[in-house]
Design a protein around this ligand. Structure first.
Ligand code: SF4
Length: 794
């Protein structure tokens, strides 16, 4: 296959040891691996010795874009990636340094393309701190001694003065100090996690600035792209309305900040704080400190934004900082002396001072920062014993809840967020439908349609079993890797659900149509998937060569097997589509080890891998045009000639076990603790308790949080069959009112026995315990749930 024509055609290589640069042809890689992640993985495979640590000069820091990068018009395609051997997987999993990556938006990738490059390979180690300037064919390394020690934001501002009009990326103190959680912050506050900031630090590279003069990308068929663009806009798919997160994209201090060439139907926004600072503020990074700050200050303020900004400035991954905080809280609750041993005072959690201190300690590796720099799993290992087994992280894509995701974690060296989004965003939209949000269109029937068209069969739509999840994982992985070769965004693609239309099920072929139009060669859906499959196998080979143990390391965190899931950050009820699309709760579910082992075997079979050893087979690699890779693995004893399958008798036994397991699986989450003793309440007694609930909203510490609320809060008491409501009008709550008929779509719905309400009012039962024992159920939008948490401290 010859490379399609829409490429810049060359990749820039800069040796930081010698200061020399050269270019080489993209064509060498693009035919088999298309671009972006595929081309970067291929270069890495060829050039990075498996035994080299992340801070060796042989390590490569590879920036790569896809063939659509720099394309204007609205369809995106300018996502870009960074790839290198990173210390992050070693810190997280306790094994060696491994291949890792980050996926970024903004405009840096497009600018690199305008400068005439499909990628940038940085090798060697500079003797002194440097920053790299690239302007078309001009490549200069500058001394960066004056920038070393400065934040990412200060560095980018300094570069804006020195080279106006350039797009930049930089590391902060965390990267300089090689912290495994270090990020790189690029133009538009695009952030690269996966520990790649530490690779910058190891190479003594502070920043890169790029500008190009070739402002357009040659597109083969612009008319076809316009048609696709118009069609997508006509769908009015808009922002993904998941768990009420849409609210992030609105408000007086918020303005959309789409990546280059994208219509931006997502949550990517720039926020301006009350003191005039501004920056990207979205998704997880928006929430990671939010409820801690609300609980601490008792009102909405800009501290969550400042916490995000601090992480960006020092160059720390907010997802990992969140995991660390969650772990510290769980460890303290479990009686582990984390405050004493790490010299932390968690009573200050939520304050600006606390997060400032934590971020500085980690970034500068000061005091306990040396241990904290390992992240939650790493620091847990330093405590050993039960501390390492705590189920602390609240992962919204947890496979105990979204079982389609069960096989997406074991084959990656970091949270594979792009892959997790595919089923995760479907499930979150379905959750809105299950809760009766009027405009929600992703019903159980739609999820079944999506499962058939995108995940290989309707069985994948039932989240209470692992049936069909091996094929679903294979398809999601292949599609996602192909998308990362192409450079399109997982917020927009695949177009998996459509608001208009009869079945609301999207079109999995649209990315291949976009690619065909852009490059002028015909690609079908299967062609693109095959490229993704090839890149996936190449990455498997990279990781095996670096020490990943097949089967043994193809695993999930132990807590997901051992501990029942108790909550979800956005859906406390953990609702999911079950058998036949029935609405069920995943509360209390875990993934049994035997089920997972069986699923993994099915997956190995689908991949053409050897079942007993988990190694790829020569047959599978040759079928993907990876004969050279097969030869390398064979020489290392990491390949089998032909895959072995489980025997018939074993398969029959498994099928028999499966029947029993499925029954158990379906029974898993039905337990609910008995209500507290006593008789049910009615009439004035009940009204008095609800009046006391209402009074809480008038307290000064809480009142500010609910300013401007116009909501209906409904209480359902099944033991007496009554519904009561509290109405909020502009933050004022009217007296409790009993309603004959339930309000159809209350903003907040509580369901509990009246005895549970009494026990909570008398402080005999905490709200948290009532919820965890399922005596109390809550349905509300995510933002409302966060606000209601401020009542917990009363
Ligand atoms: S949809 Fe993706 S590529 Fe487009 S603006 Fe949003 S984050 Fe960027």
């Amino acid at each position: 296959m010859s490379p399609p024509k829409a490429y810049a055609g060359k990749i820039l290589r800069v040796d930081l040891t010698t200061g020399r640069s050269e270019v080489f042809a993209t064509e060498r890689y693009a035919g088999r691996f298309l671009g972006g992640r595929g081309v970067a993985t291929a270069i890495y495979w060829e050039e990075v010795p498996p035994e080299a640590p992340f801070d060796a000069p042989e390590n490569r820091l590879i920036v790569a874009v896809g063939p659509l990068c720099g394309m204007s018009g609205g369809l995106g395609g300018s996502r870009w990636g960074m790839f290198a051997k990173s210390p992050f997987p070693a810190a997280a999993r306790g094994n060696g340094d491994r291949f890792c990556y980050g996926n970024l938006g903004g405009a840096f990738g497009a600018e690199l393309r305008f400068a005439g490059y499909d990628g940038l390979v940085l090798q060697g180690i500079s003797a002194r701190p440097v920053w790299l300037e690239v302007e078309d064919d001009r490549v200069v390394l500058h001394e960066a001694g004056d920038l070393w020690g400065r934040s990412t934001l200060e560095t980018r501002a300094a570069l804006r003065d020195r080279v106006p009009g350039f797009r930049t990326m930089a590391v902060g103190p965390a990267g300089e100090n090689r912290v495994p959680l270090a990020t790189v912050l690029a133009d538009g506050d695009a952030s690269c996690s996966g520990g790649l900031g530490a690779v910058f630090g190891a190479k003594r590279l502070k920043a890169v600035a790029v500008r190009g003069s070739r402002r357009s990308v040659p597109i083969a068929d612009r008319e076809e792209l316009r048609r696709i663009d118009a069609w997508i806009r006509s769908l009015q798919r808009g922002n993904v309305k998941v768990w009420g997160l849409d609210f992030m994209a609105h408000g007086p201090r918020v303005r959309r900040a789409p990546c280059y060439g994208c219509m931006g139907h997502c949550l990517r926004v720039r926020y301006t704080s009350r003191d005039g600072d501004a920056g990207k503020f979205m998704c997880q990074s928006r929430f990671f400190y939010l409820h801690h700050a609300w609980n601490y200050y008792g009102e909405e303020n800009d501290v969550p934004f400042r916490a995000n900004r601090l992480c960006d400035a020092y160059g720390l991954d907010t997802w990992e900082v969140q995991g660390l905080i969650d772990w510290l809280l769980a460890a303290r609750a479990a009686g582990i002396a984390v405050e004493r041993d790490l010299d932390l005072d968690l009573s200050g959690l939520g304050s600006l001072e606390f997060i400032e201190d934590l971020v500085r300690r980690i970034s500068l590796r000061r005091g306990s920062g040396e241990r904290l720099a390992l992240g939650a799993q790493g620091v847990a290992r330093t405590f050993g014993g039960s501390a390492a087994q705590l189920d602390a992280r609240c992962d919204p894509y947890d496979p105990r809840y979204c079982t389609v995701n069960a096989l997406l974690y074991p084959f990656e060296t970091r949270e594979p967020i792009q892959q997790l989004h595919e089923a995760g965003l479907v499930l979150s939209q379905w959750s809105s439908w299950a809760k009766g949000v009027p405009e929600a269109h992703v019903s159980s029937a739609v999820v079944r349609g999506i499962a058939e068209r995108f995940w290989g069969g309707v069985a994948a739509a039932d989240m209470t079993t692992l049936d069909g999840k091996a094929e679903a994982a294979r398809r999601i992985q292949d599609r996602q890797l192909a998308k990362e070769c192409l450079g399109v965004c997982d917020w927009m693609f695949p177009l998996i659900d459509l608001p208009p239309g009869n079945d609301h099920v999207g079109d999995p072929a649209i990315e291949s149509r976009i690619l065909s139009a852009a490059v002028g060669s015909s690609f079908g859906e299967a062609d693109l998937r095959r490229i993704g499959e090839r890149v996936f196998h190449l990455q498997r080979a990279v990781l095996l060569r670096e020490g990943h143990r097949a089967v043994e390391d193809d695993e999930l965190p132990a807590a997901w097997h051992d501990r029942p899931i108790q909550t979800h950050v956005a859906d406390p009820d953990l609702l999911a589509p079950g058998p036949g699309g029935r609405i069920v709760s995943q509360l209390g579910r875990r993934i049994h080890r035997r089920d997972f082992a069986r699923l993994r075997e099915q997956y190995y079979v689908l991949r053409g891998w050897d079942v007993p050893s988990g190694l790829p087979s020569r047959d599978a690699l040759e079928a993907l045009d990876l004969t050279d890779v097969a030869a390398d693995l064979e020489a290392r004893g990491l390949l089998v000639p032909h895959p072995r399958r489980p025997g018939w008798s074993r398969r029959l036994r498994r099928a028999w076990e499966r029947l029993g397991e499925r029954r158990r699986c379906l029974d898993a989450a039905t337990g609910r603790a008995a209500p507290p003793p006593g008789v049910s309440l009615r009439g004035e007694e009940l009204r008095a308790l609800l009046e006391a609930e209402r009074a809480k909203f008038g307290l000064a510490a809480v009142r500010r949080n609910f300013r401007g609320w116009n909501k209906i809060m409904q209480y359902h008491f099944p033991d007496i069959g009554e519904y009561w409501v509290l109405r909020f009008v502009d933050g004022e709550v009217s007296p409790p009112e009993r309603v004959e008929r339930p309000v159809a779509h209350p903003d907040i719905q509580y369901e509990m026995d009246t005895r549970t309400l009494r026990a909570m009012s008398n402080r005999e039962l905490s709200g948290e315990k009532a919820y965890l024992t399922r005596r109390l159920r809550i349905r509300a939008a995510f933002a409302d749930l966060l606000k209601l948490q401020s009542l917990n401290r009363l």
